[in-house]
Design a protein. Sequence first.
Length: 255
Amino acid sequence: MSRSGRKPSKLATVSAPRQNLQPPSIVPHRKKSVRLTLWPLVAATFFMVSGGTYGTEDIVHGAGYGKAILILLLTPILWSLPTAFMIGELSSALPFEGGYYAWVHRAMGRFWGFQEAWLSLVASIFDMAIYPTLFVAYLTRLFPWFSQGHRGVIVGLAVVVVCALLNIAGVRVVSTTSLWLFFVLSAPFAFMVVLAPFKYGALLHAVTTPTTSRVDLIGGLLIAMWNYMGWDNASTIATEVERPQRTIPGLCWRR
């Protein structure tokens, strides 16, 4: 019975919202998803782009010390910086799953979006095969034992399996591992930079063994361009970045 003394109609009774009798304290809370912050994103992009100066020895062999240093200094400015700014702007404006595939699909339609995805997949198959090979090449330089038999193949396969498991483990494991590996791989170069002033002229009369490298100046430039490319890969994880509108542009200034 209402306060006015009239009985409420059936329509009012049926349409009235039902009260939730469940206490708010037992409503399950949604777990906050893991997001990449700035420095884990910097470390992940570092490995997407180059992972260090590994693989650039042929630039020195083909172009010489002076030209090699010039190439390594100018290539990031003329080649990487415009690409990084473009990726940072598009990733912050359109942080979609799939990154550059989503951009092409949105701008040019399904056909060219499919072409972009297919060509990127084919390119990554050949590009990803370089890194286990480089790892085995450096390892056999330090420990020739791994060059005997099929040991190098086994090591390369182990590298692929470990990297696949890290990606399957999720973004938290990938970001933490990338951050620690970033410091570990950068430590030798930082150590050499600190010691260089105290060892000036130590290798003035050093003689190197003849090399069989046939890389010329153009070849050295292409190697440098390959070593500084891959910024677009960072766009594929834009949806997993915390506040991508601020974090991704900050990445472009810190990488």
